[in-house]
Write a protein that binds this ligand. Structure first.
Ligand code: ADP
Ligand code: MG
Length: 254
Protein backbone atom coordinates (compact mmCIF):
# COMPACT_ATOMS: atom_id res chain seq x y z
CA UNK A 1 0.00 0.00 0.00
CA UNK A 2 1.14 3.54 -0.74
CA UNK A 3 0.30 6.32 1.68
CA UNK A 4 0.10 8.73 -1.27
CA UNK A 5 -0.26 7.84 -4.95
CA UNK A 6 -0.38 10.48 -7.65
CA UNK A 7 -1.22 9.56 -11.24
CA UNK A 8 -0.92 11.94 -14.19
CA UNK A 9 -1.80 14.93 -12.08
CA UNK A 10 -1.96 18.36 -13.67
CA UNK A 11 -2.93 21.59 -11.95
CA UNK A 12 -3.72 24.78 -13.83
CA UNK A 13 -4.53 28.13 -12.31
CA UNK A 14 -6.32 30.88 -14.14
CA UNK A 15 -4.60 34.21 -13.71
CA UNK A 16 -6.97 36.62 -15.43
CA UNK A 17 -7.21 35.25 -18.97
CA UNK A 18 -3.95 33.39 -18.67
CA UNK A 19 -3.59 29.74 -17.77
CA UNK A 20 -0.68 28.95 -15.42
CA UNK A 21 0.40 25.30 -15.55
CA UNK A 22 1.52 24.84 -11.95
CA UNK A 23 1.91 21.03 -12.19
CA UNK A 24 2.39 18.97 -15.33
CA UNK A 25 1.80 15.21 -15.41
CA UNK A 26 3.02 14.31 -11.93
CA UNK A 27 3.38 10.59 -11.16
CA UNK A 28 4.56 9.65 -7.68
CA UNK A 29 4.00 7.02 -5.05
CA UNK A 30 5.19 7.17 -1.44
CA UNK A 31 5.50 4.34 1.08
CA UNK A 32 4.10 4.78 4.59
CA UNK A 33 6.67 6.14 7.03
CA UNK A 34 8.84 8.05 4.55
CA UNK A 35 10.69 11.22 5.51
CA UNK A 36 10.48 12.95 2.18
CA UNK A 37 11.60 16.32 0.88
CA UNK A 38 9.98 18.04 -2.07
CA UNK A 39 12.71 20.34 -3.31
CA UNK A 40 12.71 22.96 -5.98
CA UNK A 41 13.10 26.66 -6.59
CA UNK A 42 10.44 29.21 -5.75
CA UNK A 43 7.48 28.92 -8.12
CA UNK A 44 8.27 25.32 -9.12
CA UNK A 45 4.99 23.94 -7.74
CA UNK A 46 5.90 22.65 -4.25
CA UNK A 47 3.04 24.32 -2.39
CA UNK A 48 0.57 23.34 -5.10
CA UNK A 49 1.67 19.71 -4.81
CA UNK A 50 1.41 19.74 -0.99
CA UNK A 51 -2.04 21.36 -1.18
CA UNK A 52 -3.23 18.59 -3.51
CA UNK A 53 -1.82 15.86 -1.27
CA UNK A 54 -3.39 17.62 1.72
CA UNK A 55 -6.81 17.68 0.03
CA UNK A 56 -7.13 21.44 0.41
CA UNK A 57 -7.13 21.80 -3.36
CA UNK A 58 -8.12 19.50 -6.22
CA UNK A 59 -6.20 18.59 -9.38
CA UNK A 60 -7.31 19.86 -12.79
CA UNK A 61 -6.82 16.31 -14.09
CA UNK A 62 -5.35 13.04 -12.89
CA UNK A 63 -5.88 10.95 -9.77
CA UNK A 64 -4.71 11.23 -6.18
CA UNK A 65 -5.05 8.41 -3.67
CA UNK A 66 -4.52 8.84 0.08
CA UNK A 67 -4.19 5.49 1.86
CA UNK A 68 -5.61 3.94 -1.33
CA UNK A 69 -8.70 6.13 -1.22
CA UNK A 70 -9.36 8.15 -4.38
CA UNK A 71 -9.68 11.79 -3.30
CA UNK A 72 -9.36 13.46 -6.69
CA UNK A 73 -13.02 13.60 -7.67
CA UNK A 74 -14.16 15.20 -4.43
CA UNK A 75 -14.28 18.79 -3.25
CA UNK A 76 -12.12 20.07 -0.37
CA UNK A 77 -15.37 20.41 1.65
CA UNK A 78 -16.23 16.75 1.10
CA UNK A 79 -12.72 15.87 2.25
CA UNK A 80 -12.80 17.87 5.49
CA UNK A 81 -13.40 14.75 7.55
CA UNK A 82 -10.56 12.83 5.93
CA UNK A 83 -8.24 15.81 6.51
CA UNK A 84 -9.26 16.14 10.14
CA UNK A 85 -8.37 12.51 10.82
CA UNK A 86 -5.51 11.79 8.51
CA UNK A 87 -3.44 14.85 7.67
CA UNK A 88 -1.49 17.17 9.95
CA UNK A 89 -0.25 20.48 8.55
CA UNK A 90 2.82 22.52 9.44
CA UNK A 91 3.35 25.91 7.80
CA UNK A 92 6.26 28.22 7.13
CA UNK A 93 4.67 30.96 9.24
CA UNK A 94 3.50 28.54 11.99
CA UNK A 95 -0.16 29.71 11.69
CA UNK A 96 -0.91 29.52 15.39
CA UNK A 97 -3.96 31.28 16.76
CA UNK A 98 -2.51 34.28 18.64
CA UNK A 99 -5.21 34.48 21.33
CA UNK A 100 -4.82 30.84 22.33
CA UNK A 101 -2.14 29.37 24.57
CA UNK A 102 0.26 26.73 23.28
CA UNK A 103 -1.88 24.02 24.88
CA UNK A 104 -5.09 25.45 23.37
CA UNK A 105 -3.48 25.63 19.93
CA UNK A 106 -2.56 21.95 20.18
CA UNK A 107 -6.07 21.11 21.38
CA UNK A 108 -7.77 23.12 18.63
CA UNK A 109 -7.97 20.49 15.83
CA UNK A 110 -9.50 18.03 18.31
CA UNK A 111 -12.36 20.28 19.43
CA UNK A 112 -14.69 19.17 16.66
CA UNK A 113 -13.82 15.51 16.91
CA UNK A 114 -16.79 13.77 18.51
CA UNK A 115 -14.79 10.57 18.88
CA UNK A 116 -12.16 12.23 21.08
CA UNK A 117 -13.37 12.81 24.65
CA UNK A 118 -12.33 15.93 26.61
CA UNK A 119 -10.22 13.70 28.83
CA UNK A 120 -8.46 12.14 25.85
CA UNK A 121 -7.94 15.65 24.41
CA UNK A 122 -6.17 16.82 27.54
CA UNK A 123 -4.08 13.67 27.56
CA UNK A 124 -2.97 14.20 23.99
CA UNK A 125 -2.20 17.89 24.52
CA UNK A 126 0.05 17.09 27.49
CA UNK A 127 1.65 14.16 25.67
CA UNK A 128 2.50 15.99 22.46
CA UNK A 129 3.65 19.17 24.21
CA UNK A 130 6.02 16.90 26.10
CA UNK A 131 7.18 15.22 22.87
CA UNK A 132 8.16 18.62 21.42
CA UNK A 133 9.77 19.69 24.70
CA UNK A 134 7.31 22.45 25.60
CA UNK A 135 5.48 21.17 28.68
CA UNK A 136 6.69 24.17 30.65
CA UNK A 137 5.30 26.57 28.05
CA UNK A 138 1.77 25.16 27.86
CA UNK A 139 0.16 28.41 29.04
CA UNK A 140 2.26 30.72 26.89
CA UNK A 141 0.72 32.57 23.96
CA UNK A 142 2.50 32.41 20.59
CA UNK A 143 3.91 35.95 21.01
CA UNK A 144 5.58 34.79 24.22
CA UNK A 145 7.45 32.06 22.33
CA UNK A 146 10.44 32.07 19.99
CA UNK A 147 10.10 31.06 16.34
CA UNK A 148 11.48 27.61 17.02
CA UNK A 149 9.11 27.14 19.97
CA UNK A 150 6.16 28.27 17.84
CA UNK A 151 7.04 25.70 15.20
CA UNK A 152 7.24 23.07 17.95
CA UNK A 153 3.71 23.98 19.02
CA UNK A 154 2.65 23.64 15.37
CA UNK A 155 4.26 20.19 15.23
CA UNK A 156 2.42 19.13 18.40
CA UNK A 157 -0.82 20.47 16.91
CA UNK A 158 -0.23 18.50 13.71
CA UNK A 159 0.42 15.33 15.71
CA UNK A 160 -2.56 15.72 18.06
CA UNK A 161 -4.98 14.19 15.56
CA UNK A 162 -2.64 11.18 15.27
CA UNK A 163 -2.30 11.70 11.51
CA UNK A 164 -0.92 9.15 9.10
CA UNK A 165 0.67 11.98 7.09
CA UNK A 166 2.23 15.25 8.20
CA UNK A 167 2.67 17.85 5.45
CA UNK A 168 5.05 20.72 6.09
CA UNK A 169 5.39 23.57 3.62
CA UNK A 170 8.88 25.08 4.05
CA UNK A 171 8.79 24.47 7.82
CA UNK A 172 12.25 25.93 8.42
CA UNK A 173 12.14 28.91 6.06
CA UNK A 174 11.34 31.40 8.85
CA UNK A 175 13.90 30.00 11.27
CA UNK A 176 17.63 30.53 11.65
CA UNK A 177 19.81 27.67 10.51
CA UNK A 178 20.44 26.11 13.92
CA UNK A 179 16.77 26.26 14.96
CA UNK A 180 15.71 24.92 11.56
CA UNK A 181 18.04 21.98 12.02
CA UNK A 182 16.59 21.27 15.48
CA UNK A 183 13.07 21.33 14.03
CA UNK A 184 14.12 18.92 11.28
CA UNK A 185 15.72 16.57 13.81
CA UNK A 186 12.57 16.68 15.95
CA UNK A 187 10.42 15.85 12.91
CA UNK A 188 12.74 12.99 12.08
CA UNK A 189 12.65 11.67 15.64
CA UNK A 190 8.83 11.65 15.50
CA UNK A 191 8.92 10.04 12.05
CA UNK A 192 11.05 7.22 13.46
CA UNK A 193 9.16 6.84 16.74
CA UNK A 194 5.58 6.90 15.39
CA UNK A 195 6.22 5.81 11.78
CA UNK A 196 4.35 8.95 10.72
CA UNK A 197 4.87 9.86 7.08
CA UNK A 198 6.47 13.30 6.74
CA UNK A 199 6.38 15.18 3.45
CA UNK A 200 8.01 18.59 3.56
CA UNK A 201 8.92 21.16 0.95
CA UNK A 202 12.08 23.19 1.01
CA UNK A 203 14.59 24.94 -1.18
CA UNK A 204 17.31 24.70 1.45
CA UNK A 205 20.03 22.18 0.57
CA UNK A 206 20.82 21.59 4.23
CA UNK A 207 17.21 20.61 4.87
CA UNK A 208 17.13 18.35 1.80
CA UNK A 209 20.21 16.58 3.15
CA UNK A 210 18.19 15.45 6.21
CA UNK A 211 15.53 13.65 4.15
CA UNK A 212 15.68 10.02 3.14
CA UNK A 213 13.57 10.42 0.02
CA UNK A 214 13.75 13.30 -2.40
CA UNK A 215 11.47 14.55 -5.13
CA UNK A 216 12.78 17.51 -7.06
CA UNK A 217 10.29 19.61 -8.99
CA UNK A 218 11.20 22.13 -11.62
CA UNK A 219 8.75 24.19 -13.57
CA UNK A 220 5.81 22.05 -12.45
CA UNK A 221 7.34 18.69 -13.35
CA UNK A 222 9.31 16.08 -11.39
CA UNK A 223 12.92 16.27 -12.53
CA UNK A 224 14.73 14.04 -10.07
CA UNK A 225 14.00 11.27 -7.55
CA UNK A 226 16.39 10.42 -4.76
CA UNK A 227 16.73 7.65 -2.22
CA UNK A 228 19.22 7.91 0.62
CA UNK A 229 20.68 5.02 2.50
CA UNK A 230 23.07 6.03 5.26
CA UNK A 231 24.71 9.15 3.91
CA UNK A 232 24.72 8.14 0.26
CA UNK A 233 22.11 9.35 -2.20
CA UNK A 234 21.08 7.43 -5.30
CA UNK A 235 19.52 9.86 -7.69
CA UNK A 236 17.54 9.09 -10.79
CA UNK A 237 16.58 11.61 -13.40
CA UNK A 238 12.84 11.45 -13.75
CA UNK A 239 12.78 12.63 -17.34
CA UNK A 240 13.12 11.98 -20.20
CA UNK A 241 14.40 8.49 -19.42
CA UNK A 242 15.04 7.09 -15.98
CA UNK A 243 18.78 6.93 -15.79
CA UNK A 244 20.92 6.39 -12.75
CA UNK A 245 23.11 9.39 -12.11
CA UNK A 246 24.83 8.17 -9.00
CA UNK A 247 27.63 10.43 -7.95
CA UNK A 248 25.87 13.48 -9.33
CA UNK A 249 24.64 14.54 -5.95
CA UNK A 250 25.19 18.28 -6.22
CA UNK A 251 21.43 18.67 -5.76
CA UNK A 252 21.67 17.49 -2.18
CA UNK A 253 25.02 18.67 -0.91
CA UNK A 254 25.15 21.71 1.21
P1 ADP B 1 6.38 26.98 -4.89
O1 ADP B 1 5.65 26.58 -3.66
O2 ADP B 1 7.36 25.95 -5.37
O3 ADP B 1 7.03 28.32 -4.75
P2 ADP B 1 3.72 27.26 -6.02
O4 ADP B 1 3.10 25.91 -5.97
O5 ADP B 1 3.31 28.23 -5.00
O6 ADP B 1 5.31 27.11 -6.08
O7 ADP B 1 3.41 27.90 -7.44
C1 ADP B 1 3.61 27.21 -8.68
C2 ADP B 1 3.15 28.11 -9.82
O8 ADP B 1 1.74 28.31 -9.76
C3 ADP B 1 3.77 29.49 -9.80
O9 ADP B 1 3.97 29.89 -11.13
C4 ADP B 1 2.72 30.34 -9.13
O10 ADP B 1 2.80 31.67 -9.55
C5 ADP B 1 1.44 29.68 -9.63
N1 ADP B 1 0.33 29.81 -8.67
C6 ADP B 1 0.28 29.29 -7.42
N2 ADP B 1 -0.89 29.55 -6.82
C7 ADP B 1 -1.61 30.26 -7.72
C8 ADP B 1 -2.93 30.83 -7.72
N3 ADP B 1 -3.73 30.70 -6.66
N4 ADP B 1 -3.33 31.50 -8.83
C9 ADP B 1 -2.53 31.61 -9.90
N5 ADP B 1 -1.30 31.09 -9.98
C10 ADP B 1 -0.83 30.43 -8.91
MG1 MG C 1 5.58 27.46 -1.77
Amino acid sequence: MSVVRIEHVCKDYLLGEQKVQALRDINLSFDPGVFLAIAGPSGSGKTTLLNLIGCIDTPSSGKIYINDQDVSGRTPDQLADLRARTIGFIFQTFNLLPVLSAAENVEYPLLHRKDVSPKERQKRVAYFLDIVGLSRYAEHRPNQLSGGQRQRVAIARALAIRPSIVLADEPTANLDHKTGEEILLLMKKINRAFKTTFIFSTHDKRVIAKADRLVRVEDGAVSLLGVRSHSKWSLARHRPVEKSVEGENNAVQG
